[in-house]
Ligand binder design. Structure first.
Ligand SMILES: O=C(O)[C@H](O)[C@@H](O)[C@H](O)[C@H](O)COP(=O)(O)O
Length: 237
């Protein structure tokens, strides 16, 4: 385990062990929330990396009916689309014991994320924040959530003092339009995790932390550099 400023890195030699360790850690955070407050709130990322983590977490025995699950970001597609993060979460996380968890989607069915923004924001505002745990991933271009390089609402989304809870995001590297929780919303959490795999992402994270080369412009730097919430990176090869 290595700690650098606000970031602690847990490195694993195999990805199943990483998924298991993070699932146990997040389940512990959720149980803690259930004991302390009688409810818990979890926000997760989509993408390919969290699948094993979802499978493992879905089997954790806890009172899932009192755990609200939502997304850190969503591609603006219905949950029948294979690009939908909601579809992934339903298929991999809301199974087994976790099938009882209420799910709060970000996609509203409106034609665009701009049109659905007010309704999606209201869903997030209705949650009993802070989150007990937020699980981020990271893309090869240094994006986390939908904080994409060149995103049309990037500066607003990363503003630590911004008031928007949710924003639409369009970016060259994003594929379809997206919707994302903003950085201050994601930082309203008791625990923040960054789940990454592969040597390329390990190197990219190291460069981002040091602000080296192209990495000085990676949006994930805003997550690593903030001092509000410690970041626990879970890495496997
Ligand atoms: O909807 C999404 O795409 C995510 O929430 C996104 O921020 C993801 O975490 C990264 O793109 C990493 O994706 P991979 O795990 O597929 O590399």
């Amino acid at each position: 385990m290595t700690t650098h400023l606000n970031v602690t890195t847990h490195s694993f030699t195999d990805c199943k062990a990483q998924a298991t360790a993070l699932a146990e850690r997040v389940a512990e955070r959720l149980r803690h929330g259930l004991v302390e407050r009688g409810h818990a709130v979890l926000a997760v990322s989509g993408g390919s990396t969290p699948k094993d983590f979802f499978d493992r977490l879905s089997r954790e025995q806890l009172d899932w009916a009192r755990v609200q699950v939502t997304l850190v970001d969503e591609r603006w597609v219905p949950d029948t689309d294979e690009r939908s993060n909601a579809r992934l979460v339903k298929a991999r996380l809301l199974q087994h014991a976790a099938a009882a968890a209420p799910f709060v989607p970000l996609y509203t069915g409106d034609a665009t994320p701009e049109a659905g923004l007010a309704a999606a924001t209201a869903r997030i505002e209705a949650l009993p924040l802070p989150f007990d745990a937020v699980v981020l991933g990271m893309g090869d271009d240094g994006h986390a959530a939908s904080f994409f390089p060149g995103g049309d609402h990037l500066a607003e989304a990363l503003d630590p003092d911004g008031h928007a809870r949710v924003l639409p995001m369009r970016a060259p590297g994003a594929g379809e339009p997206r919707i994302t929780l903003t950085l201050p919303t994601l930082l309203e959490t008791r625990a923040l995790y960054l789940l990454v795999a592969g040597e390329k992402k390990r190197d990219l994270l190291a460069d981002a932390r040091l602000g080296l080369g192209a990495a000085q412009h990676y949006p994930v730097r805003a997550v690593l550099a903030q001092q509000r919430v410690p970041v626990a990176v879970y890495w496997c090869p």
